[in-house]
Design a protein. Structure first.
Length: 556
């Protein structure tokens, strides 16, 4: 201890007594070198667990067992050898005894290492490929082999957040106090100590700067909108997304500009790396389709390991006199989280009816295919789920085959699907004129035109589409898909006397009909108007047109 340190201790022993004793003890503690060593060791360990996976750290006990087995063998063999050599060289000179012991230790140690490596090491060494050998905490090591402590459940911190965690900040504060106290009480302030004083000052500045950086650093994303082709800059960005300060954006109504009036509600302690409550909303006694079909669970589906979540976002600050954007009666709660999700559909059978919810009929098909020239296993099924009450989900289209499951199919459509023709076809129309008892099945191609016997009706094929040229937006049929044909229908009174040079009828009196193969119930007529915008209407009941798509194997 320096002379300055001894003088301070003597003064403190004389004056810091009685009720000032705690002050003396604190001064002694914060001026001690062991405390600085303990604090520095913690800082090093904190940085280590921030970067090194815990699975790798969990291998340390196994490595210690490996080392202990070698050291134990060395201790036994080399120890026995030393005892024997000392007994044999009891009357030899000191130099000869040392040389004999040195050679004995080297030879026996080398032999023990070779023996250990050829006998114990092959047995103890863990081999992942064969899962043989000794590995303590095997499941834990495998599960977290690439996961650092900050990513584990219970921590869920980004790297900046982990370094800004309060334990590290507390240790840094204690270290700064320790460094300042030890410097003042132990080191003389003179020119010859300028080097050590400068080093201590630099360490203190670095520690304080680290704490300042951890506290006030912001990290996130800002959307930068590019300008248009005129070279003018884009609209200003007014939103900053901070990955440490997560919020829920909610809106109840639109603003005067037609955009949602979003309100931000902070979500404190939202996890960011692990899965929580993935089956939220699914009754505990519900059975998945895979379980009902006796299939093993998909290994790629993540598991939350029983972890649950319940976080109520904080209410935003609302200045006095200003109405909140969201009705106060509406409550929000975060009940589940996953860091990475892909949309997938899974159906469950729930025992008993659920009040207010009608049961959903479901058909699950396993499709097996033996296709020449392909590597598809014949025993590997392709799972298909069909829901007849939802048009978009009552159909499954696979390469070369399409399946449709309906309940209560209209008998007329069922008869159309069984229609035959004297000519083989890939596309055909079933046309009926109910008032004149006329029915025909005609193969079609774009540009084909048909006069329907003596009925006076004429039908021309404009286009055949594999998918509708515009998405289906009819209520209840959203996201549904179907092949379709657009035909031009000319009523009897205009079929003969209104022809032009190219053989096509005038638009006057004629109208277009969109005919869907899958959904004849949404067929519609488009009548020309003076404005050029066609007027839509339900199909004219005087003529019925049904489209049959036979371009692939269709199963109904």
């Amino acid at each position: 201890m320096s002379a300055k340190g001894r003088r301070n201790r003597i003064w403190e022993d004389e004056h810091l007594t009685g009720w000032l004793t705690p002050v003396r003890l604190l001064l002694r503690l914060f001026s001690s070198i062991p405390l600085a060593i303990v604090l520095l060791v913690y800082i090093a360990l904190h940085a280590t667990v921030a970067s090194v996976p815990v699975g790798m750290l969990a291998r340390i006990p196994t490595l210690l067992v490996y080392a202990a087995s070698l050291l134990l063998m060395l201790a036994v063999v080399v120890g026995v050898g030393i005892v024997l050599v000392r007994a044999m060289t009891a009357n030899a000179s000191r130099a000869a005894r040392f040389l004999a012991l040195f050679v004995t230790v080297i030879v026996l140690s080398t032999g023990v290492v070779i023996l250990w490596k050829s006998t114990l090491w092959p047995i103890m060494r863990y081999t992942p490929e064969t899962d043989t050998g000794l590995l303590l905490f095997k499941n834990f090591v495998h599960e977290y082999r690439s996961t650092t402590l900050r990513r584990m459940p219970g921590f869920e911190m980004t790297e900046p957040a982990f370094y800004a965690w309060w334990p590290l900040r507390l240790v840094l504060v204690l270290f700064v106090i320790n460094m300042v106290t030890a410097t003042i009480r132990r080191i003389e302030f003179n020119f010859k100590n300028l080097g050590v004083l400068t080093v201590h000052t630099g360490i203190v500045v670095i520690a304080l700067g680290s704490m300042f950086y951890q506290k006030f650093k912001l990290e996130g994303d800002t959307l930068m909108l590019a300008g248009d082709q005129s070279g003018m800059p884009g609209a200003p960005s007014t939103v900053f997304y901070d990955r440490e300060d997560v919020v829920l954006y909610v809106a109840q109504e639109l603003g005067w500009d037609g955009r949602p009036r979003f309100e931000q509600r902070q979500i404190v302690d939202l996890p960011i790396y692990n899965d929580y409550n993935l089956n939220a909303g699914i009754p505990a006694d519900a059975e998945s389709i895979d379980a009902l079909m006796g299939r093993k669970p998909d290994k790629n589906i993540p598991s939350d390991d029983g972890r649950t979540l319940s976080i109520e976002p904080r209410l935003p600050y609302t200045p006095e006199g200003r109405e909140p954007l969201i009705d106060p009666r509406i409550k929000f709660r975060v009940i589940g989280f996953t860091p990475f999700a892909e949309p997938r559909e899974e159906w469950f059978r729930v025992p008993g009816p659920i009040e207010g919810i009608a049961p959903t009929p479901l058909r699950v098909l396993d499709l097996f295919a033996a296709l020449p020239g392909t590597t598809i296993p014949e025993d590997k099924a392709v799972r298909t789920t069909l829901i007849p009450t939802i048009p978009a989900q009552r159909i499954s289209v696979r390469p070369g085959i399409s399946m449709e499951y309906t309940i209560g199919m209209d008998e007329t459509r069922w008869q159309d699907l069984q229609a035959t023709s004297t000519t083989q076809f890939l596309n055909a129309l079933v046309i009926e004129v109910p008032g004149q008892n006329f029915r025909t099945v005609v193969p079609i191609s774009p540009g084909a035109r048909f006069t329907l016997g003596d009925t006076g009706w004429t039908v021309g094929v404009k286009n055949i589409h594999e998918t509708p040229p515009f998405p289906i937006i009819t209520k209840g049929f959203e996201d549904a898909d179907s092949s379709m044909v657009i035909v031009e229908i000319t009523p009897p009174e205009h079929s003969e006397d209104e022809q032009v040079a190219d053989g096509q009828p005038h638009s006057h009196g004629a109208f277009d009909r969109w005919v869907y193969h899958r959904f004849p119930e949404i067929n519609q007529d488009l009548h020309p108007t003076e404005t050029g915008r066609p007027q839509r209407s339900a199909p004219d009941p005087a003529i019925r047109v049904s489209y049959i798509d036979a371009t692939m194997l269709q199963v109904y």
